[in-house]
Structures are given as structure tokens and as C-alpha cells.
Design a protein around this ligand. Structure first.
Ligand code: LHQ
Length: 263
């Protein structure tokens, strides 16, 4: 088995760990292939209702493994092809996954590694973690959704500063700017991330998937189009067994027991 990405199944959720710590979990092609296969398995497994994504060792992910990208005699590599084949599908998998993906940024997140984290639904970070849009330092453009996520998360001024200056920001700064959800002390991050993912795995999974769908569409929609979409998604949410259970539990003044099942 390729150990570059590990999976650890818990009751109704899984932990996916990037595991090339000696390279700060920088991506090579093997790792991309393995991660894609694991995410496809998790997406298809209805009994897996949430994912926790993290890295092993002292980093979360340093983006593309640059030692795979040394220019040889064949001239410059086609980086667009690498994005098309590996990074863009990864970002699409995370965004369209019909269950919540929590990211625990355990250490430095650089280049594509930072933007892969930002593509997850709820991003937590260790206080010692740093986020670096490292691309400009090697004459590249922020990819893996960076130019999409950054202005939407932190606004134009900060997005431009982060992308053009390529300087690290701390996890606390990232939280203060709204780039991520929450920062924890290093020793508390893993437990907090596991608790949160376990909690999400007990929630109305179909409803959460519809929320993701609505939010994914909102950046490109007019208000009218988004109102129409909300109507359509709410119609689907209202047909799920978990909606019926949620209302019943409320009226009976008890905690709901959601199955996560489709109608
Ligand atoms: C690495 C890497 C790395 C290889 C640390 N590769 N070894 C997409 C499409 C196609 C191609 C191009 O790219 C992309 C998207 C991208 O992601 S482009 C951006 C790529 N990433 C970077 O430019 C970040 C490069 N890394 C760094 O700037 C630093 O390593 C950071 C700031 C992440 C961490 O710094 P330190 O904490 O000081 O650690 P370090 O630099 O000492 O790294 C530890 C080891 O990891 C070291 O190896 P060594 O053998 O000396 O111990 C590094 O060479 C290796 N490493 N990142 N991306």
C-alpha cells in the first residue's frame, strides 16, 4: 500500500492524512493518485458522513513537490497540464463532496497546500501553523482555487497582499482575517478537530450537502438566481427523513437522531 496518504476509519467518519513528512507533505503524482482514490471511496461510502483532512509531522502541506519540477532538457514543463490532471480535480472533489470536510492545519500550509486547506468546509489550525501563498516567490500564480477563495474570504486588499507579497501569515492572523474558522493551541488541535468531525458525522448529512451546494453556487449567482436555487434545494431538503426527524425531535423536546439518509 502507498503510505503517502493514510486513511483511518472511525465509526461514521474518516481521517485522511497527507504523509510525506520529510517533504512537509508536498505533493508528488503518487500522492495525488492515492488521495483521489481515497476521496472517491469516501464520497461513495454513505456510512462515512464526514472527513477530517490533516498532515503528518510538522507541516500540513508545502504544495507541489518542487524536486519533481526541475527543468530538464525537454524545456519548460506544462504546469497547466499538472493542474488539469491533479490539482483542479482535487479542489473539485473537496468542494463537491456531499459531506463536510474539516481541515486540521497542523503546521505550515504553503502554495497549493494552503489553497487545498481553504477548499475544505471548516478550516482549523494549530497556533504555530502558517499560511503562505508561496507562488510569487517562484514566479507562479496562486492556483488550486487561490485566486477564487482568497478575495471571497478576506477581501481584495488582503488577497492582493497575500498573493503578491507571498509572505507567511500566522494562524491567529488567518482567523482574525476570516481566512479560517478557528485556531487552537497545538496540543489541542487534533482533539478539537476530531470532536468537531465526529459531531458533524451525526448531523443531517443530506441537508449539509445541500448547504454546500448553495454556498458553492452563491459566488457566481445573482440574488434572484440564488433565491431560486434556495427554493429548489429547500424542496429537496424538506423531503429528507432527517427533516422529518428534526421537526419531530423539536416538538417532542428531545435531541434528534439523524440517519443522514437520502429520501
Ligand atoms: C520541499 C517542499 C516542496 C519539495 C519543503 N517541494 N521539498 C502546481 C502545479 C505544478 C507545479 C508547480 O506548483 C503548483 C502549485 C504549488 O504548490 S507551487 C508552490 C510550491 N511550494 C512552495 O513553493 C513552498 C516551498 N517550501 C517552502 O517555502 C518552505 O519549505 C516552507 C515555508 C513551506 C517551510 O519552511 P521551513 O519550515 O523552513 O522548512 P524547510 O524549508 O527546511 O523544509 C523542510 C524540508 O522539506 C526541506 O528538505 P531538506 O531535505 O532540506 O530537509 C525542504 O526542501 C522540503 N520541502 N517544501 N514544495
Amino acid at each position: 500500500m502507498d503510505p503517502s496518504v493514510l486513511v483511518d476509519r472511525r465509526e461514521a467518519w474518516s481521517i485522511v492524512t497527507l504523509n510525506r513528512p520529510e517533504r512537509l507533505n508536498a505533493f508528488n503524482e503518487e500522492m495525488h493518485r492515492r488521495l483521489a482514490a481515497l476521496l472517491d471511496e469516501a464520497a461513495a461510502d454513505e456510512s462515512c458522513r464526514a472527513l477530517l483532512f490533516t498532515g503528518s509531522g510538522r507541516g500540513f502541506c508545502a504544495g507541489q513537490d518542487l524536486s519533481e519540477r526541475v527543468q530538464g532538457d525537454g524545456g519548460p514543463p506544462d504546469l497547466g497540464a499538472t493542474l488539469e490532471q491533479f490539482y483542479n480535480p482535487l479542489i473539485r472533489r473537496l468542494r463537491t463532496m456531499r459531506k463536510p470536510v474539516v481541515c486540521a492545519v497542523n503546521g505550515v500550509a504553503a502554495g497549493a497546500g494552503a489553497n487545498i486547506a481553504l477548499a475544505c468546509d471548516i478550516v482549523l489550525a494549530a497556533r504555530s501553523a502558517r499560511f503562505i501563498q508561496a507562488f510569487a516567490k517562484i514566479a507562479l500564480v496562486p492556483d488550486s482555487g487561490g485566486t477564487f477563495f482568497l478575495p471571497r474570504l478576506v477581501g481584495e486588499a488582503r488577497a492582493r497582499g497575500l498573493a503578491l507579497l507571498a509572505e507567511p501569515i500566522s494562524a491567529d492572523q488567518a482567523q482574525a482575517w476570516g481566512l479560517i474558522w478557528q485556531t487552537f493551541d497545538d496540543e489541542a488541535l487534533r482533539r478539537e478537530a476530531e470532536d468537531l468531525t465526529a459531531r458533524l458525522a451525526t448531523q443531517p448529512t443530506q441537508g449539509l450537502a445541500l448547504i454546500k451546494e448553495a454556498l458553492n453556487a452563491s459566488g457566481a449567482n445573482s440574488l434572484d438566481a440564488q433565491l431560486d436555487l434556495e427554493r429548489d434545494l429547500q424542496r429537496r431538503a424538506g423531503r429528507t427523513p432527517d427533516y422529518a426527524e428534526g421537526v419531530r425531535a423539536f416538538l417532542e423536546k428531545r435531541a434528534p437522531s439523524f440517519s443522514g439518509r437520502a429520501p
